[in-house]
Structure formats: structure tokens, C-alpha cells
Design a binder for this molecule. Structure first.
Ligand SMILES: NC(=O)c1ccc[n+]([C@@H]2O[C@H](COP(=O)([O-])OP(=O)(O)OC[C@H]3O[C@@H](n4cnc5c(N)ncnc54)[C@H](OP(=O)(O)O)[C@@H]3O)[C@@H](O)[C@H]2O)c1
Length: 360
């Protein structure tokens, strides 16, 4: 460890030009003029930023400073979730922009599926955390219980919720689904979420879902049509060249629903940025692999937007700086050829989606 004197001796004298590459980079980032925010319309008449700032895995002070940097920089919106346990940190950064400019989205966790009371309480808790009167978008985080249901390990496609053999799994604490969960409960949950969009003082301006399979989404749309409930404004699902979510995207496009991709950079799990084709295309265009991936998503269709996370101001800017170039048809085709998606699969990042009893 260096002593305070040694550190002082190593640093340039006061007033001298400080030229370390890291410092130069930080100064350049501070000076950078924020990029204009692109938006796309949603079915409520509002609009959502095409590149939204993601906050998964950001906690505490690091979350606060990353959100502040993003909102002072090139982002006008933030995606969080009650289960990220960072809503209060996100909330503290929101004063960086006027409320009208901002697009704040959060999610209802599985434990709050069910009654109107449970659903509304989830929103109350999120709004309290965010210190907001309303959110621009409120998403149902998961269609089903995953491994959080009080059930023995769920086997693929086996309708275990009808068997009555339920047992406490434990250790899931506050995060588990209600024990009486059935697939019908997610539709009732949607009905209750919809009540929060009504009236002038609505606490959720728009609602949507995440991680729904194409079948689950069609079922929800049919329910909305039959019950005269609002369609989802946004579907947020994993989507990147290895898992391009083609079927879910086309269900969304057919009904005017915005599709928001998450995990476009691989979420620190898949090495998409190291993929040979991605790197080649980045070199051809003179941009970073991350920019190729974000740009790819925005070129999938007019209804496609992205949520992308970085703790670093420089990488945040890089990820938002994707509208000064375009992927050619050939480059889109090469990225399209990377798909490893099997039929019905809509999660590759390791959330054990197939543990849901009605996955298929
Ligand atoms: N609904 C859901 O179930 C769900 C699931 C997952 C995610 N999401 C949302 O979607 C957002 C985005 O997804 P994600 O955070 O999982 O993954 P992601 O955006 O695909 O990837 C984030 C990872 O990429 C790194 N990274 C970011 N920009 C980079 C760049 N330009 N160059 C190199 N590395 C870079 C980040 O590290 P650094 O931070 O160090 O830059 C981080 O490790 C989430 O934050 C969350 O808001 C929703």
C-alpha cells in the first residue's frame, strides 16, 4: 500500500495539466454532449425511449451513480424491478431529468400475483421505493412461478399444478409465488394490473409483461379481447442474435405491441460481444461489438426497442450511440444466422424458464 506522501508525490503538482489516459477519458465523458433520445409510440398514445437504461444487478451507491450518469447522459428512461432491490436507489437518480421527459418502468414480482390487494400492494411498494406518484410502464415480471412455486421440482410440460401434491420448498422467502398459483392466476393478475391504469390519477400509465412465451402471450391477448382489457403496451423478453425471439416479436407486431429486448449484450453470461461474426461486422463498420448488438435489435422492426445496462458512463454512451450507422441487409442476415433458438424456447440466460409448469 502506498503512503499518503507517496501518493501525493506521484500526483502532478496543483495546476499542472493532468494527462493520465483514465483521467482524460473521464474528462471527455463529462464534456460529451448527451445524444438525442429517440422514442417510439406505445399503444396508450405515449412513447418509450428506443434505448432504455437497464439496472439489473446494480445496487446501492453504484446503482445511484450509474443511473445519474445515464440520465444526465443519453438516456431518458430506466428499467427496474421490485426484485432488483434497487428501486429506492433508482428513485434517487430521477431528479436528473424533468418528470415529463422521463420514462420509468418497474415490475411486479411473482409473489404479488393473485388478488387485487396483492397486486396493488406491489405497486404501492414500488412507487414508495421510487418516490414517484406513477410509473410510465408496469410489467408483470414472469408469467409463472418458475422454481419459486411451493412444488417439488417441476418437470417439463407436466401439469403438476392440478395434482394437488404441493410441498414447501423453502428458502424463497418473500419471493415465492402464492401456493395456490395456477396459470389462470396470471390472467387475473393482468386484470388487476389493468385497474391501476384507469382514471386521471392512474398509478401506472401503461402495463406490459415480460418473459411470456408466444403461446402465453396469445392466451393473454385473447383474454384481453374477451374481457375488454387493455392489451400489453410492451413485452420485454430476452432477445439477441442467439435467441432472436422471432415468434413473440411477430405476435407483438401483429397487435401493435412494442417489443423490448433485454440481454442484447449477453447479460455478462453469453459472450455475444466476442462472437466472431459480431466482431467482424463491428470491424467492417468501425464501431464496438456492443453497438452492433444494440443496433441489430433496433433494426428488427419499428416496434422493437432495447433495455441495456452498463455501470460505466463511457459504455452507457457507446450503447446509446447506435443511430449514426446502419447494418446492411447482408450483415443483418449474418447475425440472423447465429440463432440457436429451439422451438418454444424464450430464455437462454439461465433463468430455468422450463421450470414453469406451463412453459409450453
Ligand atoms: N424482465 C426480465 O426478466 C429481465 C431480465 C434481464 C434483464 N432485464 C432488464 O434488461 C436490462 C439489460 O439486460 P442485462 O443487464 O441483463 O444485460 P445486458 O445489457 O445484455 O448486458 C450487461 C452486461 O454487459 C456489459 N456491458 C454493457 N455495455 C458494454 C459495452 N459497451 N462493452 C462491453 N461490455 C458492456 C455490462 O458490464 P458493465 O456494467 O461493467 O459495463 C454488463 O455486464 C437489465 O439491466 C434489466 O433492466 C429484464
Amino acid at each position: 500500500m502506498r503512503t499518503r506522501e507517496a501518493r501525493r508525490a506521484a500526483s502532478p503538482p496543483e495546476g499542472a495539466e493532468q494527462t493520465s489516459p483514465a483521467l482524460k477519458k473521464r474528462k471527455a465523458e463529462k464534456k460529451a454532449v448527451p445524444l438525442p433520445v429517440r422514442r417510439t409510440p406505445i399503444n396508450t398514445g405515449a412513447s418509450i425511449p428506443v434505448v432504455q437504461f437497464g439496472t439489473y444487478r446494480l445496487k446501492g451507491g453504484a446503482c445511484r451513480s450509474a443511473c445519474r450518469a445515464a440520465l444526465q447522459g443519453s438516456y431518458a428512461g430506466v428499467d427496474t424491478a421490485s426484485v432488483y432491490a434497487n428501486e429506492s436507489e433508482v428513485g434517487k437518480s430521477l431528479s436528473c431529468r424533468t418528470r415529463d421527459e422521463l420514462f420509468v418502468q418497474t415490475k411486479l414480482w411473482r409473489s404479488h400475483q393473485g388478488s387485487q390487494e396483492a397486486v396493488s400492494k406491489a405497486l404501492t411498494n414500488s412507487l414508495r421505493g421510487l418516490a414517484q406518484d406513477y410509473v410510465d410502464l408496469w410489467l408483470m415480471h414472469w408469467p409463472g412461478p418458475g422454481r419459486h412455486l411451493h412444488l417439488p421440482p417441476v418437470r417439463k410440460a407436466k401439469p403438476v399444478w392440478t395434482s394437488g401434491e404441493r410441498e414447501e420448498i423453502g428458502k424463497n422467502g418473500e419471493t415465492q409465488c402464492p401456493a395456490e398459483w395456477t396459470p389462470a392466476m396470471r390472467l387475473e393478475t393482468w386484470r388487476h394490473m389493468a385497474t391501476e391504469t384507469k382514471g386521471d390519477g392512474a398509478r401506472a400509465c401503461a402495463i406490459g409483461v415480460c418473459n411470456f412465451s408466444a403461446r402465453q402471450l396469445r392466451e393473454l391477448i385473447a383474454f384481453c379481447d374477451a374481457e375488454k382489457l387493455p392489451l400489453p403496451a410492451v413485452v420485454q423478453n430476452e432477445c439477441h442474435p442467439y435467441l432472436p425471439a422471432t415468434e413473440v416479436r411477430s405476435v407483438c407486431a401483429a397487435r401493435g405491441i412494442v417489443f423490448q429486448c433485454y440481454g442484447v449484450l449477453g447479460s455478462g453470461v453469453l459472450d455475444l460481444m466476442g462472437d466472431e461474426a459480431v466482431r467482424e461486422i463491428a470491424a467492417e463498420l468501425g464501431v464496438a461489438p456492443a453497438q452492433v448488438l444494440v443496433r441489430w435489435a433496433t433494426q428488427l422492426g419499428e416496434n422493437v426497442v432495447v433495455a441495456v445496462k452498463s455501470g460505466s458512463a463511457g459504455r452507457q454512451r457507446e450503447n446509446a450511440d447506435v443511430f449514426g450507422f446502419e447494418l446492411s441487409k447482408g450483415q443483418m442476415g449474418r447475425l440472423g444466422g447465429l440463432s440457436r433458438q429451439r422451438e418454444g424456447m424464450n430464455c437462454m440466460l439461465g433463468w430455468l424458464r422450463e421450470h414453469d409448469p406451463d412453459y409450453y
